[in-house]
Every structure is written in C-alpha cells, then in structure tokens.
Design a binder for this molecule. Structure first.
Ligand code: GLN
Length: 264
C-alpha cells in the first residue's frame, strides 16, 4: 500500500513538472528586459473597460489615458508598444508570461507588490460609491447589510469585503467588467457599487437614475495608480521611470490629462 502511494505521488509530481514545462514553452515574449529591449517590443497588458483610462475606441482598438501614456513611454524607450486587452484580474499573474508590463488604472497594493514591482505612481485616485438617486445611502455604516457590486480583483472589491467582515448580512457581487455592476445597479439588483471615481463619473453620465458619492464620506483613502512591472527587473523599471519623468517634464503628460481625463 505504502509503495502504491509513493508511486502515485511520483506520478503526480511528474505530471505537474510536465505541465509547468509546457507553460514555459508557450512564452511568446522576451523573458528579460535585455531581450525585450533588444527585440524592440513591449507588450503592455490592460483591461479596456475602465474609461477614461482604457476603453475600446471607435476604431475597435484600445484607447484612453493609460494607452496613450504607454505609447508615449514606448516612444521614449524607442520600442514598439503592443496592447493586450485581458481581464483585470489576470493582469498581475500574466506579467512575465503573456505580457511584459501592465497599465490599467492599477492601484499599488501590498498584496500586488508580493508578485510584481510598480513604477513611480502617475495618478492619485479614490474609490467612490455609486447609488440610485433615490437611495438613502450616505456613509460607511449605511453600506452594511446592503447588496454591493464591484469589479473582480479590484481595490473596490477589497473594500466591499471589508464591509462584509463588519456585517455578514452584506451581499457582495463581483463582475468582470465594472459596467456590468453599474447595469445591475440601474436595474435595481444592487444597492451600491464601489468603483474608482473617474470611471464611475463616466458611467454615471450614461444613466439618469444614478449618482456618485465621494469616497471620503465612506472613509476611503487615496490610492496611487502605477505601472505593474516584472519583479526585480531594475533595468526595465529604470527605463520606464525615466520615460515617465521625461513625459512629465516635456508637457506630454499634462496634454494627455487634458485630452482624456479633464474632459470625462
Ligand atoms: N484601481 C482599481 C484597482 O487597482 C481598479 C482598476 C481597474 O479596474 N482597472 O484595483
């Protein structure tokens, strides 16, 4: 019996090894910054359903502040930028395999820093609460016991989880896309949606019946958006940060803010 168990365990270990080898071979992109910089291509992951930072433009291609920023960074680094649109929740895990870096209105968090490094922050953001205009929700305690929606794997999702920890009658629904949570709010399936303020403002304009409440009324702290980078790739981090600094110095950054964010 013991021998059989050992044989079974060896088989399992072999199968797992085979699987991980297969995954390694699938890597289509360069594995170090030296490789990718010499190949002249930077594959940038995003989730193009987070306006004004990233969305699908009229031509069917990803557009938005982050996309323009990524292209400007690529130009400074003298590499071509290829945008890969994927689920937000997959971005961090895809760095180093499917994508080189990720730009997606992504907040720097301790949890994410276990898996990736971040560039210098390029934008200060805050979560807010979307509610129907006739709702009585006005502060943190009012959210307890309510049906709250958020986008999966986001900081809004963690804030909803915190409210559920305080009151387990709270119901949490997570969605791949924030707009789907907003639709459920409009349809009356949710009482509130916790979402970053800029996309929330864009979405609220699309519907007469909902409004945005300030995150500060709910005790939400300022968050910092940054570009997610492979862990310990100091050379790439240096190049991205240098490019970011140049773009800020030469006025490109402010132009992009004006074009994409101030007009939202
Ligand atoms: N800023 C939020 C986060 O990093 C949401 C980002 C997004 O949905 N694109 O979790």
């Amino acid at each position: 019996m013991k021998k059989k168990i050992i044989a079974f365990m060896i088989t399992v270990v072999c199968i797992l090894n085979l699987c991980s080898c297969g995954k390694g071979q699938e890597k289509a992109k360069a594995s170090t910054s030296d490789d990718l910089l010499s190949e002249g291509k930077l594959i940038v992951g995003t989730n193009a359903s987070f306006p004004p930072f990233e969305y699908i433009g009229k031509d069917g291609k990803p557009d938005g502040f982050d996309i323009a920023l990524a292209k400007a960074i690529g130009k400074e680094m003298k590499v071509d930028v290829e945008i890969q649109d994927m689920e937000f929740d997959s971005l961090v895990a895809s760095i180093g395999s499917k994508i080189d870096i990720a730009i997606a209105g992504m907040t720097v968090t301790n949890e994410r820093q276990k898996a990736v490094d971040f560039s210098n922050s390029y934008y200060d953001a805050v979560q807010c609460v979307l509610i129907p205009k006739d709702s009585k929700i006005a502060n943190h305690d009012d959210l307890k016991g309510k049906k709250i929606g958020s986008q999966m794997g986001t900081t809004g999702d963690s804030l909803s989880e915190n409210i559920k920890k305080e009151d387990d009658t709270t119901t949490i629904s997570t969605y791949d896309k924030a707009i789907d949570a907003v639709n459920d709010l409009v349809n009356g399936r949710l009482d509130a949606v916790i979402l970053d303020k800029n996309p929330a403002t864009v979405f609220a304009k699309q519907y007469e019946t909902i409004e945005v409440l300030n995150g500060s009324d709910f005790g939400f702290q300022t968050e910092h958006y940054a570009i997610a980078l492979p862990k310990k790739d100091e050379k790439l981090a240096g190049k991205v940060n240098d490019a970011l600094e140049k773009i800020k110095e030469n006025g490109t950054f402010d132009e992009l803010v004006k074009k994409y964010i101030e007009t939202e």
